[in-house]
Design a binder for this molecule. Structure first.
Ligand SMILES: Cc1cc2nc3c(=O)[nH]c(=O)nc-3n(C[C@H](O)[C@H](O)[C@H](O)COP(=O)(O)OP(=O)(O)OC[C@H]3O[C@@H](n4cnc5c(N)ncnc54)[C@H](O)[C@@H]3O)c2cc1C
Length: 474
């Protein structure tokens, strides 16, 4: 009988447990992907992420075709149509079993439960796998509660689990040996060219290998410097599942036989970032309200967020008058990606300096990021807003000028993205207003004069945020 592999955000052949099991248990395998414009809109998929998804789907389709597995598309309005559409497809192709890798946000969990129930009713077995993470949700928990609420103990348990389970060797998917033809897959809706990022699964794995060989050792030292290309920029491929974390683990194991222990500082810090990715995915399963626009710390939803579309616009456009914030937002608007440290700075600024609701920023990020990931983005925003799992509470307020001095001391990142400031001397680059004023008064005249004044006084804004948050806590 024939098996159906349902691809979602696991667009790879290697370390894909669903695909591997299907090819070993069945003579015939077909694959399907659901294209759902309304759902992407509802989930705020950025045009650049859609374009990358389309490109990666076509790479996947070609790679599957070489193994004799055709990839079909099903067009749905939204997830609620998935059970019937998949069942109709299964009936037509005489499918006896469905294979897929789990996804953890609430809409996806509900969709999969509905599909599972529908298939069971029609005697089609469903097999669900967790190969998009190293540690499945629920596999690690503290003695006294169902899940870890803080990262540090989670990370310890996460590593212990990996040490105990070991890392499975690479799989060989079984193939029929006969290649099949492919048809170009095209997504509807807005798309923005992602060709600078896209690559076949092999090409992306090579990028990963190169990063592991050449750069990861310096990660802890350089990762907070946005002007250096020191992070992996692999986030879009983790998000779409082009790389499995298990493939990463195997490469890191080559650096330390005692893996996940014994790594050099750079690799160990990088591994902890993958653990953050999984921490936020686990939280999705254990805290469904996160998928409903609610804060992790419930009382923080009482914060009297300001409403100012003009201020929100200045933040979005990178015209706040704080150079590091403006550089970050302009990078996001231009590239569809932003350096992690700067994501933290701009998020802090929106919430703690402008007192605008973190959900506005969360949504704007999703609408523009190539790596837009509901769990990671929601986690990052709530961490930054102090409504989430940060171990340091609400009084961690970033000073944007101090942050700028620390992470971009020479102002290289600022000058790259805020062109008006490209001629400002380093001494003034983090707080250029007195310099610009003097320059304007001397009549020198240049585009630098157009750079806006700081839109808020940081100290006042900070004090208000802390006092208001403190009041809620009581
Ligand atoms: C406000 C805010 C929003 C964010 N939104 C997203 C998002 O939508 N999608 C996303 O993938 N990451 C998000 N992050 C996390 C982080 O900024 C990006 O993963 C990182 O910048 C991607 O660059 P990289 O691939 O070079 O990362 P590297 O530093 O090379 O890290 C390796 C991988 O680990 C994962 N990772 C790293 N940091 C984190 C983190 N803090 N949380 C979860 N996973 C992490 C990513 O998959 C990343 O590719 C957000 C962080 C903040 C503060």
């Amino acid at each position: 009988m024939t098996a159906l592999v349902w691809f979602r955000q696991d667009l790879r052949l290697a370390d894909n447990d669903a695909l591997n099991a299907a090819t070993h248990n069945h003579q015939q395998v077909v694959a399907v992907v659901c294209l759902s414009e309304q759902q992407w809109q509802a989930h705020d998929w950025a045009p650049i992420k859609r374009d990358l998804y389309e490109r990666q789907l076509n790479y996947l389709s070609a790679a599957l075709a070489e193994k004799g597995i055709p990839l079909h598309t099903l067009t749905l309005d939204n997830f609620s149509q998935a059970p019937k559409a998949i069942h109709d497809f299964a009936t037509k192709h005489e499918i006896s079993a469905l294979y897929a890798n789990r996804e953890y946000p609430l809409d996806e969990l509900r969709r999969d439960r509905a599909v599972d129930a529908w298939m069971s009713e029609h005697d089609i077995d469903c097999h669900w796998f967790d190969s998009n993470v190293l540690v499945p949700p629920g596999a690690v928990k503290p003695k006294t509660s169902a899940f870890y609420q803080k990262f540090t103990p989670f990370y310890k348990a996460w590593k212990a689990y990996i040490a105990e389970q070991g890392i499975a060797p690479p799989q060989q998917i079984k193939t029929s040996g006969q290649s099949v033809s492919t048809q170009k897959i095209e997504l509807t809706g807005d798309k923005r060219d992602a060709s600078a990022w896209a690559g076949s699964e092999d090409a992306v794995r090579q990028r990963l290998r190169r990063y592991m060989d050449e750069q990861v050792a310096d990660y802890d030292r350089l990762r907070d410097s946005p002007s250096q290309d020191a992070t992996s920029r692999l986030s879009p491929f983790f998000e779409l599942g082009v790389i499995a974390p298990r493939a990463v683990a195997r490469l890191l194991q080559q650096q330390s036989p005692d893996f996940p222990h014994g790594l050099n500082k750079g690799a160990d810090t990088w591994l902890s970032e993958l653990a953050w990715r999984e921490f936020y995915q686990h939280l999705m399963v254990h805290v469904p309200r996160l998928s409903m626009g609610k804060a992790f710390i419930e009382y923080s939803d009482e914060f009297p967020w300001r409403s100012s579309s003009a201020d929100f616009k200045r933040w979005r456009e990178g015209k706040t008058g704080y150079p590091i914030v403006d550089a970050g937002m302009r990078q996001l608007n231009h590239e569809g990606w932003m350096h992690n440290r700067v994501r933290m700075i701009v998020a802090n600024f929106l919430v703690k300096d402008l007192h605008l609701d973190w959900r506005l920023g969360e949504r704007y990020f999703m609408q523009h990021l190539i790596d837009g990931s509901f769990p990671a983005n929601n986690g990052g925003w709530q961490w930054s807003a102090s409504t989430g799992t940060d171990a340091a509470p609400y009084f961690r307020v970033f000073n944007p000028t101090r942050q700028s001095e620390q992470v971009d001391p020479e102002g290289r990142y600022i000058r790259k993205w805020v062109k008006e400031l490209k001629d400002v001397p380093t001494k003034y680059i983090h707080s250029p207003h007195s310099y610009l004023k003097a320059k304007g008064e001397s009549g020198a005249g240049s585009s630098t004069e157009n750079y806006p004044q700081p839109m808020v006084d940081h100290k006042e804004a900070r004090d208000y945020f802390i006092a208001t948050f403190k009041g809620l806590k009581k």
